[in-house]
Design a protein around this ligand. Sequence first.
Ligand code: 5GP
Length: 197
Amino acid sequence: MKRKGQLFVISAPSGAGKTTLCNMLLAEFKNISYSISYTTRAPRAKEVHGKDYYFIDILEFEAMILKGGFIEYAKVHGNLYGTSKAAVFKSLELGRDILLDIDVQGAMRIKQETGIGVYVFVNPPSIEVLRERLQKRNDTAGENIDLRLKNAEIELTRFMHYDYIVENNILERAYRQLSAIYIAETCKCALLDMKDE
Ligand code: 5GP
């Protein structure tokens, strides 16, 4: 039986371990791809254009907004980030699942505007742990850790708008929860493409 792709949206404050969890999911399951966002943020040391992000300037970003190229976009920690509308819908039509690692503003916009998707919030153990992780991360030099922590406090109050919450105290347990959500949500009858039967 053919089925439509499922849209997975994952949000978490910076340093909550969301990227690690996303990479584990992408490594285990082959029918899900990562939605590569567009951003005006400068690339970090190991980031690759076209893999981690499409790094573009503000004028290019504004041109994409004008031609309706984003399913959502938002200013996050002082930089612009946006999700390609064409990439998301093409993937879903082809029956491939797609994973969006985006902030709370973007997640809520997609939820309101499309009415589809599975929304997962990754909860960090505490703000202190976030601070420690952000300070230890040596790829964010020059980025504003205090601003990221201030935004984290706001984001942590928004989890009730999501379908699932994954507590990331112990990575293995958090990943078991995330993969269980993925497996269950991709078995939903509502995703079946009945017109082909
Ligand atoms: P970072 O700069 O650490 O890669 O990402 C900062 C924040 O921007 C993270 O919370 C990440 O989920 C979010 N983000 C990444 N891509 C997008 C996007 O396309 N749209 C929105 N709204 N947020 C994004």
